[in-house]
Design a protein. Sequence first.
Length: 303
Amino acid sequence: MRWRIIVLLAAAAVATSGCSSSKAEVMQPAPTQNKQTQAEQTSRELAKTDNLVLVEGGAFKHAKFGHYGKDETIASFYIGKYEVTQQEWTTVMGSNPSQFKGADQPVEMISWYDVVEYCNKRSLLEGLQPYYAIDKTKSDPNNKSEYDTVKWIVTINTGANGYRLPTEAEWEYAAGGGQLSKSYSYSGGGNPDEVAWYWRNAGDQYLSGDWNWPIIESNHSRTHAVGGKKPNELGLYDMSGNVREWCWDWYAETGSASDSGSMRVLKGGGWMGDVKSSELAYRGKFEANGYGPDQGFRVSRDA
């Protein structure tokens, strides 16, 4: 199975990427109904799960981040209380690509491109302005990847109020507790077993010893329903573990924002990753067209 190849490339503490191709599965549209009725029904369903938390902006309070002590501030923004679930994804996209099925489990097996499309489609269904302009007719000259065969040009619609991905800095700020930060190593505490699903605790039995994929797989390790562990200082769940989360940014070795690159940033670790990848300061990366059973996301919006 292709995702098992990705397991070997993307998991274990390194969370780095290998050769990947665009997803074979094509998202199917929702069942045809009266357009207005369909939109109204979808909007009502999403409203039931609209768990956005206002993150008050300011300087970084988390002492373990490189931003700490610098003249840098984050503007206030909204971010999802939970990772986007399979129910939320299916409501918008009409199908569920996830390896581990469960309405309340995070959606996975989704690329960065899938996510920006979800953000725009959900925005339209809720009467918001799409945050992204997506040009599929040209190849993005800023995408330096030799493996990404998609390379859509994705830009920001300035002033739009729709859903979007958090930037890496926003993700770290929120995961670290914002202005309420206690500088924990993981999002919500210093004990990973209390706040994160990762390779030791995500299966049938608690594992010890060194990271070992055959043992992890035979232990039926998997994603879990969102919100099952302790939240962080802001009431955000699963920002350590469960699934790695896509961010907007290109990955740059320096950690500074870049206008180009070959991979996008992933944060937060995942159910198959080593505990180090669940640390808030850890930076993962993957080609934008890559996907795997430990890759998901949460939405953000401007405040």
